[in-house]
Design a binder for this molecule. Structure first.
Ligand SMILES: Cc1ncc(COP(=O)(O)O)c(C=O)c1O
Length: 280
């Protein structure tokens, strides 16, 4: 961690080791808080307004009122970028549930924390290799909300590591493949791009991918059946930090010929062009 970084917490600008919240905060006691993770390219936040909208939507879904307007949080984000010299950075926003006297009823005001960490240049190898995923039957709670309850993700990632996989895909009791622990999931069936709409977090990158694919590929937002994976020619995941990352293997199944495919590559190229044009 960069100990010279300047972070924001509860109205103060501090070193990361001074960015602390109360042990009685509902975020600590019960994992009750909303958060966001976005990134900058060349010191400009990527789709900031969409991330802020999702923060308020997540908070609403878990009935956590945010006492500041979005313009205030946007101001703090611009200031944290100013205060830290990183060319590319990951920014996390946290709105805690606030302190509780009986350890279950939120009675205090939420705390807003904004943290920033540097990011390196894009790893082009990632596009060339593709990653391995496992499937898991663990489930996210309130999947359409971005909350700090990542218990299922933490457990699924431990399982993935045991299988030399990079990540895990959540599969629900209907056999629908939903998303990875911190990314959305897509398959190609011929020229049709398929991604689930229900039971997943609506990723900001997911929306960008769908815009990039619009007019070039047929798009279906619908459940993906586990059995359908063997019929898909290509698969990839999308997220703010991983952008578009091809998937080469899911459990024992090799996707397509086990190498990233041309359609995924085309979307990646479009994505990179969009970033390079600064068109966000
Ligand atoms: C569960 C989950 N799905 C999808 C995503 C991708 O969202 P985004 O593209 O906004 O980074 C994330 C990101 O953190 C996530 O946690």
């Amino acid at each position: 961690m960069d100990t010279n970084a300047n972070w924001y917490i509860g109205g103060r600008w501090v070193d990361p080791h001074e960015a602390v919240i109360s042990i009685n905060d509902m975020a600590v006691l019960r994992g009750y808080s909303a958060f966001e993770a976005l990134r900058t390219y060349d010191r400009r936040p990527f789709h900031l307004d969409e991330h802020l909208k999702r923060l308020y939507r997540s908070a609403e879904l878990i009935e956590l009122p945010i006492p500041w307007p979005a313009s205030f949080i946007a101001g703090v984000i611009h200031e944290i970028i100013e205060r830290n010299s990183y060319t590319h950075a990951a920014i996390r926003l946290l709105v805690t549930g606030g302190e509780s006297e009986d350890s279950i009823t939120p009675t205090g005001q939420p705390t807003l924390a904004v943290m920033i960490t540097p990011l390196g240049e894009r790893d082009m190898q990632r596009f060339a290799r593709g990653i391995k995923l496992i499937t898991t039957r663990l489930q996210r709670e309130a999947p359409e909300a971005k909350t700090t309850n990542y218990m299922a993700a933490v457990r699924a990632l431990k399982e993935a590591a045991k299988h030399d996989a990079t990540d895990a895909l959540f599969v629900n009791s209907d056999g629908h493949v939903l998303e990875a622990t911190r990314s959305n999931f897509f398959i190609f069936r011929e020229n049709t791009l398929v991604t689930p709409r229900e039971g997943v977090l609506h990723g900001i990158t997911r929306n960008v991918v769908l815009e990039l694919a619009h007019g070039r590929f047929t798009i279906e937002e619908r459940p993906i059946l586990l059995d359908e994976l063997s019929l898909s020619g290509e698969a990839f995941i999308s997220s703010s930090s991983k952008e578009i990352t091809p998937v080469a293997q899911i459990d024992d199944l090799h996707i397509g010929n086990g190498k990233p495919g041309p359609r995924t590559y085309e979307l990646e190229q479009r994505f990179i062009e969009l970033i390079e044009r600064g068109n966000f």
